[in-house]
Design a protein around this ligand. Structure first.
Ligand SMILES: Cc1cc2nc3c(=O)[nH]c(=O)nc-3n(C[C@H](O)[C@H](O)[C@H](O)COP(=O)(O)O)c2cc1C
Length: 169
């Protein structure tokens, strides 16, 4: 899948098939995070690969907005260095890299949770200097509720030509 196609079709996937994701693809997804650019190339991030079903189920209980992680083939918890003011931007880029890489190979995913997931951090043995900002479950999509249709603001609402408030012709 070419980049633009992946970007424009990527959707949040919240239901997964049991079909396993290959080791090769899991590694490719992780590599896409590792190779993502970060501010001053500081790479203030850690990625915890979770494949153990018991752990996935526990995370599904802890992250109430992402209960479906329990059914994912695997998940990646993303932890950032609390001392870095750029860490959320950096890690968000890495998350998007992983989601697009997975999607381009037919694997769905979604961002779940938000900063301060201390219970997840404790479960995964993550040191106190790091903050868990997301858990990203992955798997082959069961079905896509939105049928590929994106619900987004119109160009007019968010894009300005030269000056704020001037619409593109
Ligand atoms: C920072 C961030 C946090 C999110 N948290 C959750 C979450 O906790 N649970 C969830 O199901 N989706 C979460 N999402 C996914 C959004 O709901 C999703 O990207 C948005 O609704 C657009 O979905 P679509 O691309 O399928 O249209 C999050 C997305 C972002 C960027």
């Amino acid at each position: 899948m070419e980049v633009y196609q992946a970007v424009t079709t990527l959707l949040a996937v919240r239901e997964f098939q049991k079909k396993p994701v290959s080791e090769t693809l899991v590694n490719k997804i992780i590599e896409s995070a590792r190779l993502t650019g970060s501010s001053m190339n500081l790479q203030p991030w850690h990625f915890i690969l979770i494949r153990n079903r018991g752990t996935l189920v526990k995370i599904g209980e802890l992250v109430t907005s992402g209960k479906y992680t329990a059914q994912a083939n695997f998940a990646i918890a993303v932890a950032t260095e609390k001392s870095s003011q750029f860490a959320i931007s950096d890690a968000s880029r890495a998350i998007q890299s992983m989601m697009l890489t997975a999607w381009s190979e037919g694997v769905g995913s979604n961002w779940t949770g938000w900063v301060g997931m201390t219970k997840v951090a404790n479960l995964l043995g993550i040191p106190k200097n790091l903050d868990v900002i997301a858990v990203v479950p992955f798997g082959y999509p069961k079905k896509i509720h939105t049928k590929g249709i994106k619900n987004r603001k119109s160009l007019k609402e968010i894009v300005h030509a030269e000056e704020f408030g001037k619409s593109l012709s």
